[in-house]
Write a protein that binds this ligand. Structure first.
Ligand code: ATP
Length: 209
């Protein structure tokens, strides 16, 4: 089982301390929500968890049975989804999907594409024909979720995964994160959505930071 361990982590931007002496443990098989008001450091917490950003002091480690994961093994364990991510707007959705999965060495056959697209509620025909620049924001969000599901990562770092989704899309997100946790994936969920917060097994509240 994978674990993410924060030990006495401090993080500041331009003299403003965002995270102060933060210690926390997130475990595989659980949904851990990261909550608190706008600007309290939820996205920063996820970026530190994924090693996309380094702490000023303290330590963030990803472990499996006491072994600290590093390099390629660490990279392949992680899937990250954030409103900051962008697709190539002039490529079709299918071209974008194949490109981003290809970066991880994953090639899906037609049936596998259909299966994962159905899970996120995108019609396979739309994926072949439509450039991502013509997708609605909600459709792009579903496509981000699709890349994550197909990535085979077992740590999901989800920054507001329900953003821009309709009720059915938000229900899909809840269904998939619960399924992910039941498959022992480690799920970190930065969110202000009450239903997503309600689905979590554990919560890290950054409001007092
Ligand atoms: N790369 C950066 N450079 C400078 N300041 C940053 C950077 N990243 C985050 N910050 C600042 O750190 C603080 C925390 O930002 P963060 O995005 O982690 O908050 P958040 O809780 O995710 O907010 P929201 O709920 O609005 O998404 C904010 O004041 C933000 O402006």
């Amino acid at each position: 089982m994978k674990m993410i361990v924060f030990e006495e982590v401090d993080k500041s931007f331009g003299g403003r301390k965002v995270l102060r002496n933060l210690s926390a443990v997130c475990c595989g098989g659980q949904i851990t929500s990261v909550v608190g008001p706008n600007g309290c450091g939820k996205s920063t917490f996820l970026k530190l968890a994924g090693h996309f950003m380094l702490p000023d002091s303290g330590r963030v480690t990803i472990k499996e049975e006491d072994m600290v994961l590093q390099g390629e093994e660490l990279r392949m364990s992680l899937a990250y989804m954030s409103p900051e991510l962008r697709f190539y707007p002039r490529l079709t959705a299918l071209e974008n999907l194949s490109f981003f999965l290809g970066l991880r060495g994953i090639a899906l056959d037609g049936r596998q594409y259909e299966e994962v697209l159905e899970r996120v509620g995108i019609l396979p025909e739309a994926v072949k024909r439509t450039r991502v620049g013509e997708f609605s924001t909600g459709m792009r969000q579903r496509l981000l979720f699709c890349v994550m599901l197909a990535s085979k990562a077992d740590i999901w770092l989800l920054d507001e995964p329900g953003a821009n989704l309709d009720d059915e899309g938000r229900a899909m997100v809840l269904r998939e994160i619960k399924r992910g946790a039941s498959e022992q994936k480690l799920i970190l969920l930065a969110t202000n959505d009450s239903r997503e917060r309600g689905a979590a097994d554990e919560a890290i509240d950054l409001s007092g930071n």
